[in-house]
Ligand binder design. Sequence first.
Ligand SMILES: [Ca+2]
Ligand SMILES: [Ca+2]
Ligand SMILES: [Ca+2]
Ligand SMILES: [Ca+2]
Length: 572
Amino acid sequence: MPTRLAVTLALSVLIATGSATRADMVAEAKCKEAKAKAAGKKAFALLKAHGKNTKRPSPAKLTADISKAESKFTRAFVHAESRGVCLTTGDAGTIEDKVNAFIADVIEEVSGITPTTTTTAATTTMPVTTSTTTTTLPPAALERVADPVVLTGAEVFWLTGLAPGDVVAFRHDASGWTQIPVQVDERDVINFDDVYNHVGSYGGGITVLDYTDAETFTGPDSDPTLDGDDEIVFMAKDAGDAATASGEPPGVVPGSGVEVVITDPVGPGAGYAYLFERDGLLDPGAEQQYVDYQFNLLSGDYKTTYNIGSGTNPEDTTVTTDHYARHFSDRWIQDELQILTPPSTGAGVLDRHKFLFGPGSCGRSEDTFSSGEGAFVISKSGPVRAIRSYVGANSGPLSQRQHHYYERREDITTFLRVHAIGGGMDFLDYSPAATGMTYRNNNNLAGVTIDGVPDSVTAGSVEWELVTGPQGSLIMVGVLETDIVGLAPTSYYLDDTTPPVTQCTGDAFAYGSSGSWIAQGIPNTDPRNPPAYFLTTTRVIYYGAPGMTATDAEKRKKWVASPLSITASIWP
Ligand SMILES: [Ca+2]
Ligand SMILES: [Ca+2]
Ligand SMILES: [Ca+2]
Ligand SMILES: [Ca+2]
């Protein structure tokens, strides 16, 4: 029981020193005051959040406000206790329960509504400090060099309240401290009416927790500091060993350290990274840029020239890393892909990343999406990753696609938000330059040759796809999340220089056209017209050297299903 332990410790201090000094008593009173103040602030924040929700109901905003109040409360308690002068410790959970009970009582009294509980069970178990033992831990051995480590502010709540640009990261190994690139991407409950700059009624007043961007009409985060829902990201490959007692790195605020321990739920090894508040002018990117995203809208500045009500909005946008290059010629139009991992040839192997309702059904495609209404949620280039996210797909103005670009991995997430439709295909159609590459997926391990000559391919649900040749390798892992019962996606494949169906977009040929196909009706997913189902698909692309195998693909399927896990604590 932490309280008794603390009292025992305090008593032994008294015995050792003979009597408590006046300074001790003042410090102890300050601790009590800080805790009482935190409880009061939390109560006020919760009442305010519930009040706002009564005036303008938004469950997402309410949840975000509650979570913000909780992280502030927890942070205040940890801060108070970290000075080692509190008579009681570990009572954050107890006090929080009392505040929650009080709030529930008040809300019920004034509105007749019983609010949902807001207790964060985690607060009582949050580590206050790490142990000071210097056990030798195994060196960093994370296999997942392509994967990111993504944390929320809430997971490292000791750092919340900092300016996002003041968070810096380090690794530690035999050669000491080395700064590593880190990036903060702010999030908030955004309103699609804002994203659309209130053009038409496309936004429908729908709100979601998503990225913010001062450069688009989405606007900046309402909390300009690092707060609980913001994301902090660095690469797993940059993690190092556990830092033993060797002092803090230069250029950081003393005592601001947070240790992040990274483990692989499906593999061996562990990694350690250390986050700090910078003291001065350290570049959070550590003078590196893993991804170069050049958003080039041909009409000019986004806010002043983008045609939100109706496209087209031609672009000459590029994404370049040491391992791949991509190109966009409009919002939805991805028309180039090069694999650059040595010794790949770097050939341009893509004709189009396509969307159609079905083969040869040209009524809707990435071209028609780009010709209709649309807007960007975020378009951001950072040292660790770039994020490009946009909405607007004809009669699905809230249908959204989000790209996360990392050094050797790209995540494409598509949120379908549209009235009932007859089906949908999301597939890559390769270019003549892909000739000679081998296509495999989980239902076709032997593989077929992409060469414009038809192949026999077994259809079925796509878990992973592998395309490899001297041009390089692509491993793609597909994830479908939905609450629609009975959806059974199958696959699509067509390799034919004289295809039996019209190609709708891109060139006239089908080179290894392949991907996932929902060949059945999809009910309403448009939240503007409830009840709406949700359907979100993610295509994770790993870029690599020639010669990757089905075994590599199986492994990456597991990685995507089990992201790296982290635990954080104050360091040292
Ligand atoms: Ca935020
Ligand atoms: Ca923020
Ligand atoms: Ca073929
Ligand atoms: Ca084609």
